[in-house]
Design a protein around this ligand. Sequence first.
Ligand code: GLN
Length: 260
Amino acid sequence: DLPPVPEAVAAGERPTLRVAALYPELLNIYADRGNLLMLERRCAWRGIGFALTRTTIGDELDPDGHDLLYLGGGQDRDQRLCAEDLVSTKRDAVHAHAARGGAVLAVCGGYQLLGHRYALDATTALPGVGLLDLHTERGEGRLIGNVAIEVELPGAGDPGERRVLAGFENHGGRTILADAQPPLGRVLSGHGNTGASGAEGARRGNVIGTYLHGPLLPKNAWFADWLIATALELPPGSLAPLDDALEDAAHAGARRAAGV
Ligand code: GLN
């Protein structure tokens, strides 16, 4: 059974993690909705509120209204529907959100749309919002399998400590980082951004893009907590600990699957 939601939260008292899910009905491949559920539960169990706004095609995005923007993965054809709208109606708000330190988590198809473009073939490219300095090109065949990476995030563990994120990837796109764009992490096992660069994902401040599904957060509870704390501008170690027996087992299983 799930622990009950504390009364103060049910009564709408703060703090509240305000999340905007972008195009949730289109960008949700591989049960990426599990990432949002994970955030909601871990907030609720701690007495932190959770407010989810679904923002889709045609909707305005409030640049000051959210602590975290979430974009999931998608098929090329669904990304095509989102890309034009993202660039034409939400680009300024996404940039303003990030510029004031707001957090962004974008997985796979969503990650690709945070770059400058996603080239589907020699003549067709989907536009991106350019929040991360990278571009993606469709390659020969798909990069599929279990994946583990090591990452260093501010406040996650001791200074300089590298921690592991484990998940599953399935993408046709190869993502090329600009020289000045740091990856999210280093591939320990699996393909990552291109299958050859050894780099996985990208990070600029609190903006994170990654190819890791899983869903990512249920298999990496420590990262879910880092995200919650960062989005709420709390020290990452300051969240109340939870009983993570199931989550730890899920993390260990994902690492085992990736051979790490
Ligand atoms: N359609 C994109 C690709 O194939 C993203 C896939 C995904 O989100 N899993 O690269």
